[in-house]
Design a protein around this ligand. Structure first.
Ligand SMILES: [Fe+2]
Ligand SMILES: [Fe+2]
Length: 246
């Protein structure tokens, strides 16, 4: 399956980097993802009972925070730094990342599954950035930053893999955990894709509905006068007739 994933990354990368305006969107998404990772790993540093891992989580979180800033800087350098738009996207990010259902990712998964999650996510990032660099897709300044970031990501892969190996020696089902994490990522990708398709399709239907069903009514409709309207008085005997019936 590794070749299939790499083929998919290659096709998606060509689309993401070659179409004008897309690299900025991609880098912006990276910046948000890196910041989300920073939050997740910081929570892990706070919650883990292991002192040795706490230090690694903390260094990892510092790396991710730095990556988020680097990617945001690249977006600005490439010419997309709309503050209002960024604020709206940030508000969505706060909902989607960090605490969900009152629990952090670390609390939801537990330390073993969290490490499997870190390993899978970081290994995917290394593979993805490797494709960008191998194919020369990024502009020279971004490529320079990617090379530096890639070194950090390799550290994240190596410490999480070392922990998984330790767990394997303890008899834990590491392969199954990693496989489950990969399937979970695929499922989340599918959900994101269907959400995006749903948003676009509903946009098309609402536009059609407006022009086909609502628009023509405007041609024959008469606009109501604005402002206060006098209410016509009721028939004077209506109240008395109602009382008489009661
Ligand atoms: Fe990162
Ligand atoms: Fe990372």
């Amino acid at each position: 399956m590794g070749w299939l994933r790499r083929a998919w990354i290659t096709v998606a990368s060509e689309v993401a980097w070659r179409i004008p305006g897309r690299p900025q969107r991609l880098l912006h998404a990276f910046s948000l993802a890196e910041r989300g990772s920073m939050v997740d790993v910081l929570f892990a540093a706070e919650a883990t009972p292991r002192r040795d891992l706490r230090r690694k989580y903390f260094l990892h979180a510092l790396d991710e925070g730095r990556h988020a800033r680097v990617f945001a800087d690249r977006v600005r350098a490439l010419g997309r730094g709309d503050r209002a738009e960024a604020a709206v996207e940030d508000s969505g990010q706060l909902v989607e990342a960090g605490i969900s259902g009152g629990l952090t990712l670390f609390e939801r998964l537990g330390e073993d599954d969290f490490l499997a999650f870190v390993y899978v996510a970081e290994a995917d990032a290394v593979e993805q950035f490797g494709v960008y660099l191998d194919r020369g897709l990024a502009d020279p300044d971004t490529a320079l930053e990617l090379r530096t970031i890639l070194k950090d990501e390799v550290f994240h892969v190596s410490y999480s893999r070392a922990e998984l190996e330790r767990m394997r020696k303890d008899g834990k089902p590491v392969d199954r955990m990693v496989r489950n994490r990969r399937l979970r990522r695929l499922w989340e990708r599918y959900l994101r894709l269907t959400r995006d398709i749903g948003a676009r399709v509903s946009g098309v239907w609402l536009t059609l509905l407006y022009f086909v069903a609502l628009g023509p009514f405007r041609l024959v409709a008469r606009l109501e006068r604005g402002g206060w309207h006098p209410v016509p008085p009721r028939a004077p005997d209506a109240l008395a007739a109602a009382r008489a019936e009661g």
